[in-house]
Ligand binder design. Structure first.
Ligand code: NAD
Ligand code: IPM
Ligand code: MN
Length: 355
């Protein structure tokens, strides 16, 4: 029986990049005789404009009933002033929560082909191969908040961060298990010199390490980690951190390989998983047809691997992207003299030819 993929393009470049990724998935599925159907659903600002909500019930139900979700991006200036609970970003936050996607895996691998594209020196980034394991449905993103209140005669707002031991345990377990099948090292990142939630985080991770004696564990404060990512990024294997810190560190880590447009992610949890590039809707280039589709195409490869257990199809997609880059094709975010300039459509075509 055909397995069902729910595709949620979202806003801005979301539509352009998911179109590319679906084309590549279809070709890889055909090559490996995998039977898939695709069902499209609305989310984000586009859904808000149509239905008055960024995350229609129908989208949630379809995602839950699917074998894997491919998500583009949501958000844009147009919706910056809508009521906070109806912002486009609530679509992705809501999907993560409804699907119980507690872990977000953000791999960053700097291939030799791309070493020269890094904003850092080639010697610093050569060999970078790390994964950020970001907690995704807890912390300050989902704590109580107040948009505005009067306090001592002034307006103020607040957001509350809380973490429970089981929440930290389940993400840390996944980090240790991920390290076990990689290079065997976990760096837990917190701000335990200031925050109570971070002290609980560090205690819990340290306790759990007893069950993973074969994995090396160290701890870094998040400010130092941000610096180490620029100074000596090859020291990292698995970085395990909270929702907010993981969001920030992953944009920084993504650019080690030259462009945020290339970085995929997998959000996994109890049942259905969701796959999305780590970048946003890129309003500055939306509609121009120049977005780098590789982050989304590699997210589709992760969907093949993690949700469908189709390792060969995942490898086919990854190899096709590598080959397109090795053959000199570059979208404008990575373009330099001497290479072949490709817009989204051309890049997709070049990758399809190599599937
Ligand atoms: P962004 O990631 O959209 O863009 C940051 C910069 O990177 C921009 O200059 C953009 O042009 C560039 N960029 C991003 N993706 C690219 C690609 N595939 N190819 C080439 N260049 C690319 O971040 P932002 O500007 O801070 O946010 C824009 C909107 O996207 C906001 O509404 C934000 O909330 C939303 N956002 C959504 C998601 C998501 O849906 N998962 C993730 C991040 C941001
Ligand atoms: C990401 C994004 C989201 C986040 C936004 C759009 C809510 O920045 O996936 O990294 O902060 O998690
Ligand atoms: Mn982010």
């Amino acid at each position: 029986m055909a397995r069902k993929i729910v595709v949620i393009p979202g806003d801005g470049i979301g539509k352009e990049i998911t179109e590319s990724a679906v084309a590549v998935m279809k070709k890889a599925a055909e090559k490996h005789h995998i039977d898939l159907t695709y069902e499209y659903h609305d989310a984000g600002g586009t859904a808000y404009d149509k239905f008055g909500t960024p995350l229609p019930e129908k989208t949630i139900e379809a995602a839950k009933a699917s074998d894997g979700v491919l998500f583009g991006a949501v958000g844009g200036d147009k919706w910056d002033n809508v009521e906070p609970t109806l912002r486009p970003e609530k679509a992705i936050l809501g999907l993560r929560k409804h699907l119980g996607l507690y872990a977000n895996l953000r791999p960053v691998k700097v291939s030799d082909t791309l070493v020269e594209y890094s904003p850092l020196k080639a010697d610093v980034v050569r060999g970078v191969d790390l994964v950020i394991v970001r907690e995704l449905i807890g912390g300050i993103y989902f704590g109580d908040r107040c948009e505005s209140e009067q306090h001592n005669g002034a307006e103020r707002a607040w957001d509350l961060e809380n973490y429970s031991v089981p929440e930290v345990e389940r993400i840390a377990k996944l980090a240790f298990e991920t390290a076990r099948i990689r290079k065997g090292k976990v760096t837990s990142v917190d701000k335990s010199n200031v925050l109570a939630t971070s002290r609980l985080w560090r205690r819990t991770v340290t306790r759990l390490a007893d069950d993973y004696k074969d994995v090396a564990l160290d701890h870094l404060y998040v400010d130092n980690c941000a610096m180490q990512l620029a100074l000596h990024p090859t020291q990292f294997d698995v970085i395990c951190t909270s929702n907010l810190f993981g969001d920030i560190l992953s944009d920084e880590a993504a650019v080690l390989g030259g462009s945020i447009g290339m970085m995929p992610s997998a959000s996994i949890g109890e049942k259905t998983s969701l796959f999305e590039p780590i970048h946003g809707s890129a309003p500055d280039i939306a509609g121009k047809g120049i977005a780098n589709p590789i982050g989304t195409i590699l997210s589709a490869a992760m969907l093949m691997r993690y949700s469908l257990k189709e390792e060969e199809a995942a490898k086919t997609i990854e190899a096709a992207c590598d080959k397109a880059l090795a053959d000199g094709y570059r979208t404008p975010d990575l373009y330099k003299d001497g290479f072949k300039k490709a817009n989204t459509e051309k890049m997709t075509e070049v990758i399809l030819d190599r599937v």
